[in-house]
Design a protein around this ligand. Structure first.
Ligand code: SF4
Length: 262
């Protein structure tokens, strides 16, 4: 059984190994996953493109009002927050007013939770667009997905529901400053954790020059029930190889249950 969607614009805070006590911002619908990927390991099940096409997203003005009301309430309770993260029910950059939302959430952050970083968990599918990169650059931190080292593996694992060009995504990632990559490894029904598939992913890392890398595997039910995780030992070996092809001295391997979508 996959997990339910977030049912509000602001959710949490949830305790995250990667982001601490994280307040999630979901600018997407609450009744449908809104994403151009349909990863075989997605915890929310498969993406339904035809259902997505019927959805009207809430305008930024409405969302910002709801975000402010929630921030005000959370602030008044004295809850400790470590991060504010665009995440939730899919890919936040699909919102046509994503740039405005970034600006407004940062304004509200400055007022209610100064010094707390505003970040995003993104599937990277739209990072090739200059206007999306411009908005992403305004965030304090960017956690961007890269699970694969070529188009063929990208199709098999991230399974985009519209035509998507892996090379253009990697090019977009390499143009971002200060990017942290997140990569998920699995052993079945396709294996991106060894052999040529892994070598190609390592070559892509070298192209992007990330400032951080978080690697993980599956711990929950997935869209495709045939998906199998890799061992913690394999994750450690991959972390070691990743350090050899980048300037990174450490790689975070997330080795227990994680709570965010990406
Ligand atoms: S795992 Fe993330 S990127 Fe992949 S389909 Fe699910 S929501 Fe989209």
């Amino acid at each position: 059984m996959t997990i339910p969607l977030q049912n509000s614009v602001v959710y949490g805070p949830i305790q995250s190994r990667r982001l601490g006590n994280s307040l999630g911002i979901n600018v997407l619908p609450t009744d449908i996953k809104f994403c151009l990927s349909s990863c075989i390991y997605c915890q929310y099940g498969w993406t339904d493109l035809s259902a997505m096409q019927k959805v009207k997203l809430h305008p930024a003005t409405e969302l910002v009002k709801e975000i402010e009301d929630s921030f005000k309430k959370i602030f008044s309770t004295g809850t400790i927050i470590d991060s504010i993260t665009f995440s939730g029910n899919g890919e936040s950059t699909l919102h046509p007013e994503f740039g405005t939302l970034v600006r407004e959430v940062k304004r509200l952050r400055n007022h209610y939770f100064p010094a707390i970083p505003v970040s995003i968990l993104s599937d990277s599918s739209r990072v090739y667009l200059p206007e999306v990169r411009e908005a992403l650059e305004k965030l304090d931190e960017r956690y961007m997905k890269l699970d694969t080292g070529d188009q063929e593996m990208y199709q098999k694992i991230n399974n985009p529901v519209v035509k998507a060009d892996w090379n253009r995504i990697v090019d977009g990632l390499s143009r971002l400053s200060q990017v942290t990559l997140q990569s998920l490894f699995l052993s079945e029904p396709v294996d991106n954790s060894s052999g040529e598939a892994l070598n190609r992913w390592l070559a892509a890392l070298a192209r992007i020059h990330p400032v951080g890398l978080q690697i993980y595997t599956v711990y929950r039910d997935t869209a495709d029930p045939k998906v199998k995780s890799v061992t913690s030992k394999r994750l450690s070996e991959i972390a070691h190889l990743a350090c050899q092809v980048t300037d990174l001295s450490t790689v975070t391997a997330v080795t227990d249950t994680f709570l965010e979508l990406m």
